[in-house]
Design a protein around this ligand. Structure first.
Ligand SMILES: Cc1cc2nc3c(=O)[nH]c(=O)nc-3n(C[C@H](O)[C@H](O)[C@H](O)COP(=O)(O)O)c2cc1C
Length: 206
């Protein structure tokens, strides 16, 4: 997969095939399963694969073409650097925390070679409702999961506590109206996930 050249992204105005019948895609979507971050290992995506994943992630329906999301990429030592903040915030907010618990928190991002924070970046007071803008950033997260899977990696969409912590959000320079849609963990998988119970879809025919 590493050596496979990616097709170019289409340019604005280019005519596109309305469909790409792909049995492989149907299998992928029918059998896709999150891999847990703890089972992830090197190698992660190459820089070219990472850039392609982000490019695909952003190709989602987007009412008003607002692109109401942005990415923060954590790879290499940046994961431990951000983890240090997580450990400090956790220690301050949990005075009884043990050293082991603080270390656990500070090592969260190093579970995977690549972590992408998808930031929902809502354009406030716009005619496109906030709800629709938020849904679009959720689609970005799901696109990342699917694309990572199609590239041969495991992926998991996590928020855990640090997506919601005000001090962590400050450390990420989140502006007013911005929220973490998810931390998407991506890496090679060391242990195959097993299928989970899934409630039947609730469907009614009108
Ligand atoms: C917005 C969002 C946040 C999530 N946050 C967490 C989390 O913090 N911890 C967790 O164990 N699972 C979390 N999950 C669930 C996992 O990403 C995943 O959906 C679950 O393990 C089932 O995986 P699968 O149905 O994709 O195979 C979250 C899912 C979503 C959509």
């Amino acid at each position: 997969m590493n050596d496979t050249p990616f097709p170019p992204f289409p340019t604005p105005g280019e005519r596109l095939a309305p469909s790409h019948a792909s049995a492989d895609t149907i299998v992928l979507l029918s059998r896709r399963r999150s891999a847990t971050a703890i089972t992830m290992a090197e190698p992660g995506p190459t820089p070219a694969q990472r850039d392609r994943l982000l490019g695909i992630a952003a190709r989602v329906p987007d009412h008003g073409k607002l692109a109401p999301w942005r990415f923060i990429v954590f790879e290499g030592e940046a994961r431990a650097r951000f983890g240090k903040t997580l450990g400090e915030v956790y220690a301050d907010t949990h005075p009884d925390a043990t050293d082991a618990q603080i270390r656990f928190e500070s090592e969260r991002l190093t579970r995977a070679p690549l972590v992408v924070a998808v930031i929902s970046n809502v354009v406030e007071k716009h005619k496109v409702p906030e709800w629709e803008q938020i849904l679009s950033s959720g689609a970005v997260c799901q696109n990342l999961l699917i694309a990572a899977s199609a590239m041969g990696f495991g992926a998991q969409w996590l928020t855990e506590w640090y997506a919601f912590d005000p001090r962590v959000k400050d450390s990420l320079n989140l502006r007013s109206g911005e929220r973490v849609a998810g931390f998407i963990y991506i890496g090679s998988v060391t242990d195959e996930p097993v299928e989970r119970a899934r409630p039947p879809a609730r469907v009614e025919f009108w």
